[in-house]
Design a protein. Structure first.
Length: 171
C-alpha cells in the first residue's frame, strides 16, 4: 500500500495503547499497525504548512517568510510568558492571539523519560501529554490565560525541566 502527502504532527487517540495516525489530504494511516513491519519513506521535497510553496522549511513546518509573519508562529507559542493579548497588545494579529491566549491554560507536570513542566490550553488535555510521550501527567494549576501559565512555568523551571529528551523516547 502507498501513501503520499505532507508529513505533519500525528493525530492521536487516547486508549491503551494510544493510537497514532498519519493524516493525509484524502486518507490516513494507523501507525500502530506498522509496528514491527518494514516500511519505506521517500522524501519528495519541502512544502510550507502555511503557504504550501515548495520552499525550504525554516521552523515548525513553515518557510522563513511565513514563520516570521503568521500569528501561529509567534514567540509566545514556545514561550508563553511572552504572551501579551491579556494587555490588549498585539504581537502579530491581536484577534488570533486573543482567541488562543485568552482561554484557560493548564500548567502540568508530566513523566515521560524525566519529569517536565509544561503549559497547554485546557482543551488540549490529554492530547498534549500524549504528544510528549508522557506515561503520566498531573495538572498543577488552571489559570485564565497563557501569560499567567507562562510565568508559572518559568517559576517551576527552577525545579523541573521544560524540555523532553525526544531521543530517549525512541528507545
Amino acid at each position: 500500500m502507498q501513501y503520499e502527502g505532507v508529513l505533519t504532527k500525528m493525530q492521536t487517540e487516547s486508549g491503551n495503547p494510544v493510537q497514532y495516525y498519519l493524516v493525509f489530504e484524502n486518507s490516513f494511516l494507523n501507525v500502530n499497525q506498522l509496528l514491527g513491519k518494514e516500511m519505506e519513506i521517500v522524501f519528495m521535497g519541502f512544502s510550507c504548512l502555511n503557504c504550501t510553496k515548495k520552499k525550504k522549511i525554516y521552523r515548525m513546518g513553515y518557510c522563513y517568510d511565513c514563520f516570521y509573519a503568521i500569528p501561529s508562529a509567534g514567540d509566545w507559542i514556545m514561550r508563553p510568558e511572552l504572551s501579551t493579548a491579556h494587555l490588549g497588545v498585539a504581537d502579530r494579529d491581536l484577534a488570533f492571539e486573543e482567541r488562543v491566549q485568552l482561554q484557560p491554560h493548564i500548567v502540568y507536570l508530566a513523566s515521560s523519560n524525566d519529569m517536565k513542566v509544561g503549559v497547554t490550553r485546557g482543551t488540549q488535555v490529554p492530547t498534549r501529554w500524549i504528544d510528549q510521550g508522557a506515561s503520566q501527567a498531573i495538572p498543577i494549576i488552571q489559570v485564565p490565560n497563557r501569560y499567567l501559565a507562562g510565568i508559572t512555568e518559568v517559576a517551576l523551571k527552577a525545579h523541573f525541566s521544560d524540555k523532553i529528551n525526544w531521543k530517549r523516547m525512541l528507545l
